[in-house]
Write a protein that binds this ligand. Sequence first.
Ligand code: HEM
Length: 500
Amino acid sequence: MHPLIPGLLFVCSILLILFRPKQKVSCAPGPPSIPIIGNIFRVNLTEGAWKVFTRMKAQYGDIIFFHGLGTNILVLNSLKAVNDLLEKNGTIYSHRPVFTVAGELMGLDQSLALIPYGKEWREHRKLANIALSSVSVQKYRTVQEDLSALLIRDILINPGDFFKHVRLSAARVVMSVTYGFSVDTDDKYITHAEKTMEIVTTATVPGAFLCDFLPFMKHLPKWVPFMKEAAHGKFMIDTLVDRPFEQVKSELVSGTAVDSLARDLFSLGGSNVEFDHRIKWILGTMYGAGGEATYATVLTFIMAMALHTEKQKKAQEEIDLVVGTERVPTIADLPNLPYVKAVIKETMRWNPAFPLGVARRSSEGYVYEGHFIPKGTIVMPNIWAIASEPNSKYDPREFIPERFMDSLVSTIDPAAYAFGFGRRYCPGRFLADNSVSIMISTILAAFDIFPPANQNLKPNFSLNMISYPKPFDCRIVPRSENASRLIIQRAAHCQENSKI
Ligand code: HEM
């Protein structure tokens, strides 16, 4: 070899490294911005940010970048982008945004849903996963079936109040399962929880308070309106978490506590202040997080049935065939009810309870498909966009359960998005699945749901983090005298035999 060759090779390699064509890195595309304010205020929130982001997908693609006032937001508009970032890069994308008002001032940053990703979150999550595993939740099936029977009885007695009954029933399930308490109609815990969750779901929308963008505002005096709001929120949240915890603890001490997540969790560790605090917040979070999404899903189902009576009839025919008309369905019947299952999936797809998921925050800078995502970016999985993914056969905005039974044209199963993603996916999904399924199949077995007499029913949903149907009218009538008789018998039986 010529003595100069190694030297030449070395020089060439250095030159190649220095002058290699650079991969172009830019921020992800987004609407045009103006200095300081950026493009963050370009989203018209009056119709639901998720719908606006979904429309923008045609122009900007699967990831859209917004920035301004020192905040960066990345919207993920496809399951691929969500999986690439939130699932495959869980170490970077499993943090929650810092909510100065909801988190720091109201104290919600102690809850499993908002705790920063790290050691303490892992401790909470480990306990929640044990208590809510697919096996652990089986023991609550009877409670869930009993409470569905009570829901149906309440609707039978007063169908006009179905909103109230569904909400109460969803709360009763979580209350009974979480703390093992029996629940009366005007229970103090439930009324308090409803008011608190209204505060929580409003305060945890990113940007709900200017103080979330400008954290120094948290030092403003207590009389400033948003500071007063924060103090009230803190009082409500502390009460929600403390009161039932103290009650269940004294029941455990006196030996009167029944089967519940609380009892399971206490059995996992010793009694010390740190463990008690952790359990208190895990239970409070389950209680807060569990009821609302279940309630939103069941109400969405009722609205969909009033709008699509032909789909309802098909599901009822399946129940009559498989379950018969001499008993109400149970959770064990569900595997044999494929069309009812398709109706449930379609309900969760048509209007997902969390249309924009629950936001994350990136813990370091990252380059994705040539776009730089800065550290601290708030990342929003647009579940609505994923659920509305068009395909060659079915209109995404129509309510068509058959799309989930079509072997030729596939539709993404809501199980892949409705309960979130990666390390922070919903730990309550098995319990929720059972609650939603039994409530829906019992309602189908018992009632015919029609649009209101004036036929005036348009889908209209709230714009909070959890999206519910706004109050609407429909006619809910028992399918037959036999169905009414069965409901009354079943409800009486479960009241006699349980603590409910
Ligand atoms: C239909 C009912 C439900 C739906 C659609 C739902 C959906 C979700 C979603 C989308 C998330 C965010 C996950 C993420 O960040 O990717 C979540 C988180 C969570 N859910 Fe659910 N959920 C439901 C019911 C429940 C129930 C019944 C419980 C407990 C009893 C529960 C407990 C939680 C908790 C504790 C978190 C926070 C997890 C964390 O940050 O690590 N959920 N849920």
